[in-house]
Ligand binder design. Structure first.
Ligand code: NAD
Length: 272
C-alpha cells in the first residue's frame, strides 16, 4: 500500500520521467550486468561486460564480440515483458505527453510491452539492430534475416554469418547498435540532448532497477535534484540514486523489485 505522501508525489502535475535499467528486466529472466552471469568466456579467459562491450574489443576480436551479442540477443528475444513493463505501457497510454521513458535497456522489452518509440529513449541502443561500423547509414537497421535468434552460449559466429553482418550500403562490417563503454552518447543514435531536456522539464523522476553506473542516468538524477523535483527510486538495494533521495529528502526510496512497485505506482497516477 502506498502512503499518503507517496500518493501526493504521484499527483504532481507535469511531465513524469521514468528512468529504467537492467533491473526492470531481471524478472523477465534477463541477467543484469552486475549479476553472476555477466561474464563471457573467450578461450581460457573470462571477460567482464565492461571489457566485451567496447569498441576496442570489437576492433580486436569482432567475431567474439558478435557471438556475445548474438547470444544476449537470443536471451532478450526469448524473454517476455513482465508486469513492470506492462504497467509502464499503461502509464504511457494514460499519461500521453505527460509520460516519458528513458531506458538503458537494450532488450526492446518496453517497446514489445507497448511503449512507443516517440516516448521511449533507448539511450544505450537496441540489441535487435545493427549499424555500419563506418557510420555511413542514416539510421540503425534490423538484424538480418537468417541470423539465428536462439543462439547457443559459446557458439562461434560462422564466416557465412559474418558476411551477413555487414553494412547493407557500403559493405563494411556492421556492429551491434549499442553504446559501448569506451564511446560517447549522441543525439542521433541515443537521444542524448532529448534525454537531458526531459530531465530539465520533468516534475517527477522515477528511477527503476539501475545501479547508476553510467554517466547519462546519473546526470539526469543530478539535474533533477538540482531543480528540486521529487525522485522515487525502486531497487532491491540502496544505490547512488537512493543516496541522492536521502540527501535531498525530496521523494522516497522504495526498496523492492520493479514487479512489486511499478504496477502500484502506475495504478496511482492520475490520467491526462
Ligand atoms: P546493472 O546490471 O548495473 O544494475 C542492475 C540494477 O538492478 C541493480 O541496481 C540491482 O540492484 C537492480 N535490480 C536487480 N533486480 C531487480 C528487480 N527485480 N527490480 C528492480 N531492480 C532490480 O544495470 P544498469 O544500471 O541498467 O546498467 C548497466 C548497463 O547494462 C546498461 O548500459 C544496460 O544497457 C546494460 N544491460 C542491459 C540489459 C537489458 O537490456 N536487459 C541487461 C544487462 C545489462
Amino acid at each position: 500500500m502506498l502512503d499518503d505522501s507517496l500518493k501526493q508525489i504521484l499527483r504532481t502535475p507535469g511531465l513524469i520521467l521514468w528512468l529504467t535499467g537492467a533491473g526492470v528486466s531481471a524478472e523477465s529472466g534477463i541477467p543484469t550486468f552486475r549479476g553472476k552471469e555477466g561474464y563471457w568466456q573467450v578461450g581460457s579467459r573470462n571477460y567482464q561486460p565492461e571489457e566485451m562491450a567496447t569498441w576496442a574489443a570489437f576492433q580486436e576480436m569482432p567475431d567474439e564480440v558478435w557471438a556475445w551479442y548474438l547470444y544476449r540477443r537470443g536471451v532478450c528475444r526469448g524473454a517476455e515483458p513482465n508486469v513492470a513493463h506492462r504497467a509502464l505501457a499503461k502509464a504511457e497510454e494514460r499519461g500521453g505527453d505527460r509520460f516519458l521513458l528513458v531506458t538503458q535497456n537494450v532488450d526492446g522489452l518496453h517497446l514489445r510491452a507497448g511503449n512507443t518509440l516517440d516516448r521511449t529513449y533507448q539511450i544505450h541502443g537496441n540489441i535487435d539492430f545493427m549499424r555500419c561500423s563506418n557510420e555511413c547509414l542514416p539510421a540503425p537497421v534490423p538484424m538480418p534475416q537468417g541470423i539465428d535468434v536462439a543462439w547457443e552460449k559459446g557458439r562461434p559466429v560462422t564466416d557465412c554469418e559474418l558476411q551477413a553482418l555487414r553494412c547493407p550500403s557500403c559493405g563494411a562490417p556492421a556492429r551491434p547498435h549499442v553504446l559501448w563503454f569506451d564511446e560517447s552518447y549522441d543525439e542521433a543514435n541515443f537521444r542524448f540532448e532529448s534525454a537531458i531536456d526531459a530531465a530539465k522539464q520533468a516534475t517527477l523522476l522515477i528511477v527503476v532497477g539501475t545501479t547508476g553506473a553510467t554517466s547519462l542516468p546519473m546526470h539526469i538524477g543530478t539535474i533533477t535534484v538540482q531543480r528540486g523535483i521529487p525522485m522515487l527510486v525502486v531497487n532491491p538495494e540502496p544505490n547512488p540514486f537512493s543516496a541522492l533521495v536521502a540527501r535531498t529528502r525530496s521523494g522516497a526510496f522504495l526498496q523492492g523489485t520493479a514487479g512489486q512497485w511499478v504496477p502500484q505506482l502506475v495504478a496511482t497516477l492520475p490520467g491526462r
